[in-house]
Write a protein that binds this ligand. Structure first.
Ligand SMILES: Nc1nc2c(ncn2[C@@H]2O[C@H](COP(=O)(O)OP(=O)(O)OP(=O)(O)O)[C@@H](O)[C@H]2O)c(=O)[nH]1
Ligand SMILES: [Mg+2]
Length: 394
């Protein structure tokens, strides 16, 4: 009698448990399959107060992709860490070099190439070489690569500089800044010391690196058929590039053959900041922030890019406006490259004031996971969600 009742109770418990499991199972099945919201929309749902500005950074625990781990004796890629830098920036550069050596290069030993428009001092050479076991190369820019081209009219530079000042464009009248932007747009890959080098990682003094990178990023690019890697995507000051897009459209009208069928035109022309599109005459101004970039110089050496640069250079916008190498690289990549060859280095923790790329990962120290900037009002400058919406979405 007693054992019969116990058996009945046991049977009821089993039935109840089965029912609970079935209900829960059906509920989760419905949730995972029944949603009409796309994955991209879920990722970029509007930010709530206190939430990270970049939800994609919230769950990085491992570097993305198939990784090539450091192995003794493994052949390195044909690559260099590359820094255009002034002697006066030595202090800021030392901090950045220490970060990169600690997080990456002490494991891989890629050579450093420092480039300057004047000779490096002995102090600069000694103190930078002291930070790394890798080879350091010190190069000067040939005068003809740095000088303002002969066809640029100094009177027009003066007058147009006043307009840039009125528009509150930083470095508006600093000629060295304009030269730097031009050199980084169309000269770096032509420097004699880089002719036999394929890959570069651009390094700016005073930038910070926060996360341990345990795989060879250059090999990663090669193994995954990538051409260009970035960490931060932001809008530009449209007043600094008013005629860059119209000039670009003229160029591609003359050379439609250079535009890749799988281009990122939709990203370049998206209109989420209408004011930017109007002032930049059709360009969204969203760009890869080029103070960090890992790239294949063969892309820049291609006929498409090099003739695009020449066309822009003749138009004079590096001096009459303040065309930066970031929008120039970005537009060219967006038009001439298969967009699937562009890679977001989600796992590289980085700061160039005032913007961060900071993943939530045990590999990172010293930056706040998911933070984009310390200055709240600047959060709106982040446009990485647009790159994902228009480029990685399909
Ligand atoms: N050798 C040399 N390097 C320069 C010169 N002007 C800028 N650079 C370098 O070019 C890079 C970009 O210059 P920055 O002054 O940082 O320009 P930016 O990042 O737009 O401006 P910030 O927001 O002030 O950092 C840095 O690596 C500088 O060291 C120059 O006249 N000579
Ligand atoms: Mg800078």
């Amino acid at each position: 009698m007693v054992s019969g009742q116990r058996r009945k109770r046991e049977l009821l418990s089993v039935i109840a448990l089965t029912l609970i499991c079935t209900v829960f199972g059906l509920y989760y099945y419905a949730r995972s399959n029944g949603s009409s919201v796309s994955e991209a929309e879920q990722v970029f749902k509007p930010f709530k107060a206190g939430q990270s500005m970049n939800p994609l950074l919230d769950e990085v625990h491992e570097p993305v992709g198939t990784l090539t781990r450091a192995e003794d004796g493994r052949q390195r890629a044909n690559a260099t860490l590359l820094s255009l830098v002034r002697n006066s920036e030595l202090r800021g550069l030392i901090g950045t070099m220490r970060d990169i050596e600690r997080t990456f290069n002490s494991k891989f030993n890629y050579p450093w190439t420092f480039i300057n428009d004047e000779p490096f001092t002995e102090e600069f050479r000694q103190r930078t070489q002291a930070i790394t076991n890798a080879e350091c190369r010190y190069e000067v820019i040939p005068k003809e690569q740095w000088d303002t081209p002969a066809w640029i009219d100094p009177d027009l530079v003066e007058v147009s500089g006043n307009i840039l000042v009125e528009d509150r464009i930083s470095y508006a009248k600093m000629q060295s800044y304009h030269r730097m932007c031009r050199w980084n747009s169309g000269m770096f890959y032509k420097h004699p010391a880089l002719q036999k080098v394929k890959w570069y990682w651009r390094v700016e003094p005073s930038t910070r690196y926060y996360c341990s990178i345990d795989y060879d990023v250059f090999k990663y690019m090669e193994d995954n058929d990538k051409t260009y890697g970035y960490v931060i995507n932001i809008y530009d000051s449209p007043q600094s590039i008013r005629t860059l897009w119209p000039t670009t459209l003229e160029f591609i009208a003359e050379h439609p053959e250079y535009v890749h069928p799988n281009n990122a035109m939709a990203w370049l022309t998206e209109n989420s900041r209408p004011n930017h599109n109007v002032l930049a005459n059709g360009y969204s101004t969203c760009h890869f922030w080029s103070n960090f970039e890992i790239g294949d110089m063969d892309f820049f050496r291609s006929k498409a890019y090099d003739s695009y640069f020449d066309y822009l250079d003749q138009a004079g916008g590096f001096f009459y406006e303040r065309w930066g190498d970031a929008p120039v690289h970005s537009i060219a990549l967006g038009l001439f490259l298969d967009k699937s060859k562009i890679h977001w280095f989600k796992d590289i923790g980085y700061l160039h004031q005032p913007y961060y790329n900071c993943p939530a990962s045990p590999k990172c120290r010293g930056c706040e996971a998911g933070k984009f900037t310390d200055a709240g009002y600047l959060n709106r400058e982040n446009c990485i969600d647009k790159f994902f919406k228009y480029v990685h979405a399909d």
